[in-house]
Ligand binder design. Sequence first.
Ligand SMILES: [Zn+2]
Length: 90
Amino acid sequence: MWFGAQSAEEAMIPIPLPWLVFTALIVFLAGIFFVWICYEIARKRRAAKDRKDRIQCHLCAREFTAERLEPLPLCPYCGSSNERIPLRLF
Ligand SMILES: [Zn+2]
């Protein structure tokens, strides 16, 4: 059987209307879910990049931004030197 020889009505797949609506809804929700996941991954990467240079002072507990080259950055508020320990969220 030649596929090119089929008429348009023979080539179509018969699908009931509820299934068509259901399929369209699933495709739409999958698209939204995909965009949501991509946005969340990008947001977490951006937040991790911003958090890399942040240091919390071990003495006064204030956060400050320090250059990456300094081995023991000084706290601008109390003047104590701090080790470079990554900030934890929780
Ligand atoms: Zn401090």
